[in-house]
Design a protein around this ligand. Structure first.
Ligand SMILES: [Zn+2]
Length: 172
């Protein structure tokens, strides 16, 4: 059950934009936190959130915000980059990785703009950190063709916390 009021509000905003939301229970660790499917002539847009063990409502808020960033990117470009069709394949060509990185960069930027625009009562540093990490993991993927490990993830987050967490001025 969703109890966090700001997550509830974000869900309302997403639905008001005509996008369906599906929360899918997963067991264990699942590679994606969420996915975005753009609207077509026949169907509305869809955001899926994968709720595996340990995913809190704060995490879900961040996931939904990110996926909504993809929707804004779609509204501006009127297309989803073809490169995403390759993402589940064993080898993702470099051009596709570059294109995915660029789309993710946009999604991250729009997510932050949405956050600021709606003045969510949610720790700003968490949004900043998530955006930085989202970008970093796709940058890593672009550079190496492989996904970042669990250990590298926690190293990145620790380093980020040390550097920025306490220096970030809260908006409100
Ligand atoms: Zn994304």
């Amino acid at each position: 059950m969703i109890t966090n009021p700001e997550l509830k509000r974000l869900i309302k905003i997403t639905r008001a934009l005509g996008i369906r939301i599906k929360i899918i229970q997963k067991t264990g660790r699942y590679p994606y936190a969420g996915t975005y499917s753009a609207p077509t002539r026949r169907s509305r847009g869809l955001i899926e959130i994968y709720k595996s063990n340990g995913v809190s409502q704060h995490d879900m808020f961040l996931i939904l915000l990110h996926e909504l960033g993809h929707h804004i990117d779609f509204l501006i470009r009127r297309r989803v980059p073809e490169a995403y069709y390759y993402i589940d394949q064993e080898y993702v060509p470099r051009w596709a990785r570059r294109s995915i990185l660029s789309a993710e960069k946009h999604a991250v930027q729009y997510a932050e703009i949405l956050f600021l625009h709606f003045e969510f009562k949610f720790p700003y540093w968490k949004v900043k950190r998530e955006c930085a990490f989202d970008y970093y993991q796709y940058y890593y993927f672009y550079k190496t063709g492989t996904w970042i490990s669990k250990k590298q993830t926690s190293d990145f987050l620790d380093a980020w916390d040390k550097k920025y967490k306490n220096s970030l001025v809260t908006v409100k």
